[in-house]
Design a protein. Structure first.
Length: 228
């Protein structure tokens, strides 16, 4: 099929022979398992070091040691190309006497879920730091949800709040109101919020339940975050 090659060595025929030899070498190389020396090594750094890089250019690559992913600079942020969803789900369920929902009047407490309660953590951008505390390693817009339920909410009007804190400051309410029950009963609340976050922002999900300091038994506690 390579009809443009001849045994003559004049003019463009030399170029044809050289191309044939090069093609043969590439075919041999492609048919073999690559060795370490054949691979490209990009620089590696942790998230703090990456964020401090001055004047990065579009398309630059670096290996993020904290997330275990290649990041590229998109013009404004270092991002990780991935077809995988970037979602975190924390869930804790119980029907026992657990006294998880501690409280005092008009006081915020952290959601009692942490890394041991992760059901899903995909995309390499979330780090669960402690109860209700999550660090986001990539800038973007995030859809966030939280919920909790108890089996022994008292009768009467009981104030409740689910609040979102970012870097220690209250930024929004996912849910807020009064539970009005004729008798002690099962009760729950949930809410969502969409908010832009920067790389290394810490989000904190906290609740208020005014039950005069008497702890309540949680049925479930849930946090979900998805990058949009």
């Amino acid at each position: 099929m390579l009809q443009f090659f001849t045994t003559k060595f004049g003019g463009n025929n030399v170029l044809g022979i050289l191309f044939f030899l090069l093609l043969g070498g590439l075919t041999t190389s492609w048919g073999q398992t690559p060795s370490t020396g054949d691979l490209i090594k990009v620089h590696n750094a942790n998230q703090t070091e990456i964020s401090s890089i001055s004047n990065p250019e579009d398309g630059m690559l670096i290996y993020n040691e904290d997330t275990g992913q290649i990041n590229f600079f998109s013009g404004s942020n270092w991002v990780a190309p991935s077809n995988e969803s970037k979602t975190l789900v924390l869930n804790r369920a119980s029907n026992g006497n657990n006294n998880l929902i501690v409280n005092s009047t008009n006081t915020y407490y952290d959601f009692p879920v942490n890394a041991t309660h992760e059901l899903s953590n995909t995309g390499g951008i979330y780090q669960t730091l402690g109860n209700g505390r999550i660090r986001v390693n990539q800038a973007g817009t995030y859809f966030m949800s939280a919920a909790f339920s108890v089996r022994d909410m008292p009768s009467g009007d009981t104030k409740y709040i689910i609040g979102l804190f970012i870097n220690g400051a209250l930024r929004g309410y996912l849910s807020r109101g009064f539970a009005s029950l004729p008798n002690r009963d099962w009760w729950g609340t949930s809410g969502t919020i969409i908010y832009p976050l920067r790389a290394n922002d810490e989000v904190r999900f906290r609740y208020v339940v005014n039950n005069n300091g008497s702890p309540l038994d949680a049925v479930f506690v849930n946090i979900g975050i998805t990058q949009l």
